[in-house]
Design a protein around this ligand. Structure first.
Ligand SMILES: Cc1ncc(COP(=O)(O)O)c(C=O)c1O
Length: 387
């Protein structure tokens, strides 16, 4: 039997295959140069406006408001909903930002267990967690796979609470033919370096509600009504009309994000093509130790991530894959097992599915630039390590 690289054998590939590579070309570079030369570099510029318009059209929403990252988007969403206390339901298996949003507005994150297959928030558990103090649910479309939004919205309506989608990973994904991030009161997106479209750091909130949008435009801009008159004319003055924050996206970053967004269909198509190939080849291994990603029949995912599950020691599996030259990461530590959430009284054993996901899930490389050779090497490494 071929010796594993982790035990001193030859790796499958010497030049490591990275988890993700941004899909850039000269267009992003030209756009940045043009913006810098124009000297309009802060925010509220033409490229940012064009991106907001393009996102509205693509997503089929009335308002897109750019911000400096998705952590800010989630924070801003709760600010404009006027949430200042009470509980906000958050899946236990997510990135820290989802739980930070309620903390930042003086509300409390109330953790909810997830489905073992998709790692998305579990609808029955939401029903069990709601009480008279609950203000909002923040479902996360993990890995780009949409949550069961009809059920979540039904529960929210029955209990008169808000829904904010954490769609940081889900730009381009669809739930029953409708775009993720547009299925609730507010959707929040990320343009972080690892996301499907990126400008390094960036984000947006989207909504169909005119009043919420108006508040968002003011509150992202330090509580000013700057946007209400034509700042390009430099006449008149603006007022400080509410509390707020500085969540503005620089025009230099908007210039990158705009060019990226023009490629959204291409990027999504390439990811879907690559994921289909990986699924097909991994299936052929017919290895009971490997569980492939679930795609529910209502979902059309953007394949932001390609997470598989390994039945065995997942830490060892990820180390062994890395030794073979394939980046393979264990993803989130469930929130309840982290230091911050001990403060809220959570402890090991509270969320069994999230713990099972954590103890089995490994992310393999997924991005538009993966070649057939890269994917064949990834599959070969899985075959070798999971034997
Ligand atoms: C589910 C989820 N929510 C929120 C965020 C925060 O996004 P950002 O890095 O743009 O603040 C991320 C980013 O990794 C994420 O994956």
């Amino acid at each position: 039997m071929e010796k594993l690289a982790i035990d001193g054998g030859e790796p499958i590939i010497k030049q490591k295959i990275p988890m993700v590579v941004p899909y850039f070309d000269e267009k992003e570079i030209d756009s940045v140069v043009e913006t810098i030369k124009s000297t309009w570099i802060s925010s509220n510029g033409k490229k940012g406006k064009e991106l907001e318009e393009k996102m509205c059209k693509y997503l089929g929403v009335n308002h897109t408001i750019l911000v400096n990252n998705c952590t800010s988007a989630l924070h801003l969403a709760l600010m404009i909903l006027g949430i200042k206390s009470g509980n906000v339901l958050v899946p236990d298996y997510t990135f820290t930002s989802t739980g930070l949003a309620p903390i930042l507005v003086n509300a409390s994150p109330k953790l909810v267990d997830v489905e073992y297959d998709t790692a998305n928030i579990e609808v029955n558990q939401i029903e069990r967690s709601i009480d008279s103090n609950t203000k909002c649910i923040i479902p996360v479309h993990y890995a780009g796979h949409p949550c069961e939004m009809d059920s979540i919205n039904r529960i929210a309506n029955e209990n008169e609470i808000f829904v904010v989608e954490d769609a940081a990973q889900a730009l381009g994904s669809e739930y029953k033919g409708r775009k993720a991030g547009t299925l609730s009161d507010i959707g929040c997106f990320s343009f972080h370096a690892v996301k499907n479209i990126t400008c390094g750091e960036g984000g947006a909130i989207v909504t169909n509600d005119d009043k919420l949008a108006e508040k968002a435009v003011i509150m992202r801009d330090k509580g000013t009504n700057k946007a209400a008159f034509n700042i390009h004319q430099n006449t008149g003055f603006y007022d400080y009309v509410s509390e707020g924050h500085n969540f503005m996206l620089s025009e230099i970053l908007a210039a990158v994000a705009l060019e990226q967004f023009k490629k959204i269909d291409k990027i999504t198509e390439l990811r879907r093509k690559n994921a289909d190939y990986m699924v097909k080849e991994l299936k052929k291994l017919n290895n009971p130790k490997i569980i492939l990603p679930t795609v529910k029949n209502y979902a059309n995912t953007n394949w932001h991530l390609f997470p598989i599950k390994f039945k065995g020691d997942v830490n060892w599996f990820s180390k062994a894959m890395n030794a073979e030259g394939i980046t393979a990461n264990i993803h989130y530590v469930p929130l309840h097992l982290t230091t911050l959430y001990k403060k809220y009284g959570y402890k090991e054993g509270d969320f069994p599915n999230a713990e099972r996901v954590f103890n089995s899930m490994v992310r393999l490389p997924m991005h538009p630039g993966l070649t057939k050779e890269d994917m064949d090497n990834i599959v070969k490494a899985v075959e070798k390590v999971a034997r």
